[in-house]
Design a protein around this ligand. Structure first.
Ligand SMILES: Nc1ncnc2c1ncn2[C@@H]1O[C@H](COP(=O)(O)OP(=O)(O)OP(=O)(O)O)[C@@H](O)[C@H]1O
Length: 233
């Protein structure tokens, strides 16, 4: 099939049919008009693993906000964000940020996701929280790593077709990082897409993922083999 290169004078890029979410000519700007993020064309496909790397302040979190369709107060989005998804899961840097601090963990996961008791227990066990005493604890009574695992369980139970994770391993040592990534990869199903923002390029290898690099708000796709170079998206 061929596509016209222009449509009514606008650049026209066909949407990938496997895409669950697409951005076209997307920009995030401050109220004063300073551009913080530019994405010409990005498709997130079903089942895909994408890792977004870049230095602090480069725009990784803003790219995740743009995929989520929720931007920090004071920022403006221009361009096209196309998706039919009604649920997007989120794993934050601090697991506690995804949870109500005072509602016992298992009860909270049931209430928030509508999952039944046995599904909640199964998923908590899958993320390594298999002690029933932990299920009864309030999230403030969990360690940082346990709260992180609980937030992975929450994202899994929402069964969202797209899960976004912002620096989910930054507070963890290498072993816990690799374990958490494996968990995320396993627990987010084969048809669910996963996008992880991180400082740590080793995450790309751990997930065998598609690699986007952000520098000064410009997003570049790095090809799997470094010698094949990169291209702006
Ligand atoms: N609400 C806001 N108002 C103005 N500028 C903002 C706002 N949020 C983010 N920025 C700016 O946008 C740029 C990108 O920020 P972003 O949080 O996406 O970076 P990041 O790559 O996730 O950084 P880090 O790794 O430190 O979390 C930064 O220069 C930041 O100062």
């Amino acid at each position: 099939m061929t596509y016209p290169s222009t449509l009514e004078g606008m650049s026209y890029v066909p949407m990938d049919p496997r895409s669950v979410l697409s951005l076209r000519d997307a920009e995030v700007r401050t109220a004063e008009g300073a551009t913080l993020l530019v994405v010409d064309a990005l498709d997130v496909r079903a089942g895909e693993r994408i890792v977004v790397t870049g230095p602090s302040g480069s725009g990784k979190s803003l790219l995740l906000s743009t995929l989520a369709g929720r931007w920090p107060a004071g920022l403006r989005f221009a361009g096209r964000r196309t998706t039919e998804l009604d649920r997007i899961g989120f794993v934050p840097q601090r697991g506690l940020d995804a949870l109500h601090p005072l509602v016992p963990l298992a009860r909270q996961l049931r209430r928030v996701t509508g999952a039944d008791r046995s599904s909640v227990v199964r998923v908590l066990e899958a993320v390594g929280l298999d002690d029933p005493a932990l299920h009864r604890r309030r999230p403030t009574e969990l360690s940082g790593g346990q709260a992180q695992r609980a937030s992975v369980a929450l994202a899994a139970l929402t069964n969202a077709p797209l899960v976004l994770a912002d620096e989910p391993t930054s507070a963890l040592d290498h072993e816990s990082r690799d374990q958490t990534l494996r968990l995320l990869d396993e627990i987010v199903g084969a048809t669910q897409a996963l996008v992880v923002a991180t400082h740590d390029a080793a995450v790309v290898r751990a997930l065998g993922a598609r690699h986007l690099a952000v520098s000064d708000g410009v997003v570049t796709e790095l090809s799997p083999r470094a010698e094949q170079g990169s291209s702006r998206i």
